[in-house]
Write a protein that binds this ligand. Structure first.
Ligand SMILES: *[C@@H]1O[C@H](CO)[C@@H](O)[C@H](O)[C@H]1NC(C)=O
Ligand SMILES: [Zn+2]
Length: 434
């Protein structure tokens, strides 16, 4: 490495590891598996104390629960778990080391190159979108669907190869939750494949549909998760700022609304909160947030431009393809008239996905396989906008690294998701959706 490059690397590291960034040095993650309902209650009590950060929202018999513990509280936590008959297994020694791995930049890199071996900042993504729009002027148009709370553009691309009247349209939404970094980097990959892949099936998918893809629908939160707090999930609306001390939380927790609980379909019905100090604070009313309004208005606009067939949201983690509605389970899933089709499309997509790297996805409604939720974006798109084919991907992994998925997994994740999308489109066409 020559000294200029060394200096550059040092500068880049200095930018990313700035003093304000909340450090998770020596934070530990323990895994517990509740074996009885009694264990579940004990863990729910730990959850309520808010002393530790839960990596898992789902607490049920037989499911792993991962809990992040502050550096000086590891022993107490282990002892407490033992005293109540739970076995706490230490699975991550130092959370910050995983974050550092995610923030690492490629060392020797021509700055013009764009790669998927690292997580991309908001600026990198936006600059790259501009660049590909310049490179493919006949096909790519920049779309700007609105402004965030802090006034940032919510930017994406429209990819239109055929320029037909009344086209089949698809919308991909990424980065609605800030810390789910694998989501935007999946969508930039898909954009790149749509433009450059030579694979016949990818070409068909790219060219049959007019794609509108917004990799980062929550730009303020996404940026904040790079500059201030890696575990940030919500947007950055400070309108309900309040003390969170009584919940044992930092007050900054109240500076954000959960965009995926803010949409106006069964808003606040279940799995959402009116407490600004929670991760799933739904806001004072449905559609209080400019980011959720921007998405909804854009979707309604697309329906006037053509046949909006697809809406897919990309989140992490859990390895699931979720089907609306998120509050229904068992026989009630049939509330969605084409649930059978959605299920078949998702199952086939999941089977195809598995062929690539043997990654296993499960399929169902959130209430069936994750937890009950209402007010989410994709439920609104199905329930209010009545788009036919609506899915939500929960990308890698199942919790081993969670949001801190190592960058080596980006490309394998992207490849398998692309396979799933191609297959889901094939099945959708076979059923006759377009
Ligand atoms: C949040 O702020 C809005 C607007 O000021 C207000 O109407 C609402 O009551 C607040 N909600 C909470 C939970 O503080
Ligand atoms: Zn999410």
């Amino acid at each position: 490495m020559n000294s200029n490059i060394k200096l550059l690397v040092a500068l880049i590291i200095a930018v990313y590891v700035n003093a304000e960034y909340i450090s998770y040095k020596d934070y530990k993650v323990f895994k517990l598996v509740p074996k009885t309902e009694e264990d579940v209650d004990i863990i729910k009590n730990i959850h309520q104390e808010n002393k530790h950060i839960f990596w898992s929202d789902m607490i049920k018999v037989g499911s792993d629960v991962r809990i992040m513990v502050k550096p000086d509280e590891g022993n107490d936590f282990e002892n407490y778990a033992e005293s109540v008959g739970l076995n706490a297994k230490l699975i991550i020694q130092n959370v910050q080391s995983l974050i550092d791995a995610q923030l690492k930049r490629p060392i020797e890199r021509d700055s013009q190159q764009y790669n998927w071996d690292h997580y991309q900042t908001l600026e990198e993504i936006y600059d790259w979108l501009d660049k590909i729009a310049e490179q493919h002027p006949d096909v790519v148009t920049i779309i700007d669907i609105g402004r965030s709370v802090e006034g940032r553009e919510i930017k994406g691309v429209k990819i239109d190869f055929k320029k037909k009247a009344n086209p089949v349209i698809g919308f991909f939404e990424g980065g609605l939750h800030a810390r789910e970094w694998i989501s935007p980097v999946t969508l930039t990959w898909i954009i790149n494949e749509f433009l450059n892949s030579k694979d016949r099936k990818v070409r068909e998918l790219a060219e049959n549909v007019v794609w509108h893809i917004v990799p980062v629908t929550n730009p303020d939160g996404y940026k904040y998760s790079f500059t201030d707090n890696r575990m940030w999930r919500k947007n950055r609306n400070t309108a309900n700022f309040t003390s969170c001390a009584q919940w044992n939380l930092d007050d900054d927790m109240s500076n954000g609304f959960d965009l995926n609980r803010n949409f106006g379909y069964l808003w606040m019905a279940t799995g959402a909160s009116q407490n600004p100090c929670t991760q799933n604070f739904a806001g004072p009313v449905a559609f209080s947030e400019p980011e959720s309004i921007a998405i909804a208005n854009y979707i309604l606009g697309l329906q006037r431009e053509g046949n909006l067939v697809y809406y897919m949201g990309f989140h992490s983690y859990s390895q699931m393809i979720l089907i609306p509605y998120s509050h229904v389970k068992g026989a009630d899933v049939l509330e969605v008239a084409n649930y059978g089709d959605l299920f078949e499309i998702a199952i086939k997509g999941g089977e195809k996905l598995k062929e690539r790297h043997n990654t296993i996805y499960s399929v169902g409604t959130s209430a069936d396989i994750l937890y009950e939720v209402a007010g989410s974006g994709f439920d609104w798109v199905k329930g209010s906008a009545k788009v036919p084919l609506v899915f939500l991907f929960e990308l890698r992994d199942v919790g081993e690294y969670g949001f801190l998925l190592p960058p080596e997994q980006i490309i394998p994740n992207n490849e398998e998701v692309m396979d799933a999308l191609v297959e889901m489109d094939r099945v959708s066409r076979q059923i006759g959706y377009y």
